[in-house]
Design a protein around this ligand. Sequence first.
Ligand SMILES: [Cu+2]
Length: 168
Amino acid sequence: MPKPLAALALLALPAAALAHEYEIDGLSIGHPVAYETAATAQSGAGYLTITNGGTRPDALIAVVADFPRVMIHTSEMRDGVARMSRVERIEIPPGETVTLRPGGAHVMFMGLDGDPFEPGETIPATLLFEGAGAVEVEFHVEPRPEGDMAHGTDGHGDHDDHDDHAGH
Ligand SMILES: [Cu+2]
């Protein structure tokens, strides 16, 4: 039997970029990742994709991890400034993929307090879905992609607005 194309594509990627995935009750969780933080950062952001391959709507309602506070945030540009706000849930409609990414929704790990995220680390976390329940994942810490800031979709505020969490 020939290998599926997707498997071949994965083999072609450098090891560091290997995607990791989780499955639970119709949901696929793709490549949870967090980017390295500055030594003094009080918070770090996590990103992932969630695909609802089922027929029922679901929602991400909480993330639990070993930090003083973990929240789900959205981020939007208002008057040219990236602003983040806490949300109670992220809807995952059937047949759709929701992407948490820089400049958009993200998981906010708060209270790093002198223990920054470093590339190669993994951050264990539990994602809680309204329908599918709990799934344990690991966020892989990767170097912050320099190119991201040049695309302009997330503005230049990603570093800055996250650092602002120090005051919360
Ligand atoms: Cu945030």
